[in-house]
Design a protein around this ligand. Sequence first.
Ligand code: GUN
Length: 285
Amino acid sequence: MAVVISGKELAKSKKIKMAEEVKAFETIYGRLPHLAVILVGEDPGSMSYVKGKEKACQEVGFMNTTIRKPNTISEDELLAIIDHLNNDNLVDGILVQLPLPKHIHSEKVIQAIRRDKDVDGFHFENVASLYLKQPGIVSCTPKGIIEILDSISYPIEGKNAVVIGRSNIVGMPVSKLLLDRNATVTICHSRTKDLASITRQADILVAAVGKANFVTADMVKEGAVVIDVGVNRNLETNKLCGDVKFDEVEPKASYITKVPGGVGPMTICCLMENTIECYLKHVKE
Ligand code: GUN
């Protein structure tokens, strides 16, 4: 039987502490942190994520602007909105909810966000800072995963960490963060041969594949810590589910996160932390 780590509860207690800090900020610096979110189109997943971000801003006491635009918006129009927010001294963080419609060059849009307002940590300079161990904004999901491991005081150093997935948003940066904590990291992907034999070596198994029920019990070592990053929709039940077949993996793991209520809430919590980091830089300039 594993301990189920509640990202939801962890995020809740972190947000309560942040809210106290934010209250004091207003007195000290004369204004509140301000996060601007841009949502293009009506993808149900994106709409729900943005709602979660708005709710978190309210909970921690941030100013929040959400700019909603139709799918037909042109790249130039979107770039003009970002330019405007970049130049607004009262905006600390800018987040463009992904994915964007196909006619828009996502990378161009993301890179247009000023580095010091890039709360997602996707700007080339923030990415480079991560890989060169320089100060910078670290993307939210990988940061949240490390905070989850720290919440159980898990000694990462010297452990075998296996990450399934090599995306720029999760797989790659979380691998780097685990490496920085002196884990021995293996990154697996769709071309990996005999995946199960590798994942069975994992003391820490991070599943970021995007396939429902992909990780089964035979792929997990007894006593492993299993972190499920997947956000999938079960087509039969229409319910959210992760990448891990929870019911069969849970008895083998020592700790495990669940979907929903695991990594997701910590991602949003880290977005709030990143916004504070950008804000403090701005008010202290
Ligand atoms: N869509 C799915 N995950 C993310 C994320 O971390 N940031 C943004 N901006 N969009 C996303």
